[in-house]
Ligand binder design. Sequence first.
Ligand SMILES: Nc1ncnc2c1ncn2[C@@H]1O[C@H](COP(=O)(O)OP(=O)(O)O)[C@@H](O)[C@H]1O
Ligand SMILES: [Mg+2]
Length: 375
Amino acid sequence: MKNVIVRLRDIEKIYGGKSVIDHLNLDVAQGEFLTLLGPSGCGKTTTLRMIGGFEETDGGQIFLEDEDVAGRAPNHRNVNTVFQSYALFPHMNVFDNVAFGLVEKKVPKAEIKKRVDEMIELVQLQGMEKRMPSQMSGGQKQRVAIARALVNRPKVLLLDEPLGALDLKLRKQMQYELKELQKKLQITFIYVTHDQEEALTMSDRIAVMNGGRIEQLGTPVEIYDHPKTKFVADFIGESNIFEAYIEEKKGHRISLVMESGKVELDAPEFDYDEMVYVCVRPENMKVSMEPVDGFTIRGTVMEHIFVGSIIKTIIELPNSQLIKMTNPPEDEIIPVGTNVYLHWLPGKAVVMHTREDRVYEIIEGAGNENEKEEQ
Ligand SMILES: Nc1ncnc2c1ncn2[C@@H]1O[C@H](COP(=O)(O)OP(=O)(O)O)[C@@H](O)[C@H]1O
Ligand SMILES: [Mg+2]
């Protein structure tokens, strides 16, 4: 990858004898919006704090612009952090909060005024310079926190669930504003969230974390359309996951046996005699009254749920597994109780390994994909 600005190499962190970050590798490009996404406790904050210099590593190296920053204090890294809690100074007004970093650096007064005014305009808080944090809403306080970080013109901005405390509507608006701001300033953002929708809408690339490791690194489309592990498929978006056995392979085509029927599909990188997961997104599930070539899965329509612009249909398989299918409301509604055949369009199923050693190989490669391409 070109123009790497943050490089993590084999990072480890141990708390109380327990490994919480496990040989993590990651390259972040200049100007990129990269998100660390994963469930609570997977190590997102710890990773961010190590990049910011608030936490030491127990192994590995962190490079900022090709320089190893081991032992360097947070204020001596060209990085700023925005925390979920805002951490504004309660006794200072908006202007002074934003100006704080520049005052510390003894920047001349006239320049401070100019840069703070510029930032306040950028986050649309003009006219609020004299307000105290206690007189502002959550969204306004978060904008002050962002302005306070950006005024230092950091190369990299670290953001730890910055919108987590806001209600849904404001969060959506701030997601849009933050993304626009990032594009405009071309500052590298490393953004932490446990909200998959937020990650999908905002990021250039997402690193999906689980148990202190990156399970998959890719663009939102890659992660959504081609999850490499069951964890990623489950965590991002909705999935139907079938357990299946590959009983035969002919050319690129594999024949799968599942509890609820048989399926054939293209999966060149898989071999026969392996247990796999097959993941199909609800929008790619289809039903028909007659079997479709290559499929013998049967089910019964159980329920229709109206979810705004789509209809979600629940189908029960003979083994009691519930399958989710979504369709636009203008599609024909099949009555509850109807027995149907299930299928999906070619290329719309993702096959994943179940064997732990195979899954491990994929996870091992996740943070290192760029390196492999270069070799
Ligand atoms: N200061 C600490 N002391 C001990 N354990 C910690 C400390 N900080 C985090 N942990 C543990 O490290 C793991 C990762 O935590 P964290 O990075 O905060 O996760 P996330 O931000 O993804 O929710 C968790 O199991 C958490 O309990
Ligand atoms: Mg956290």
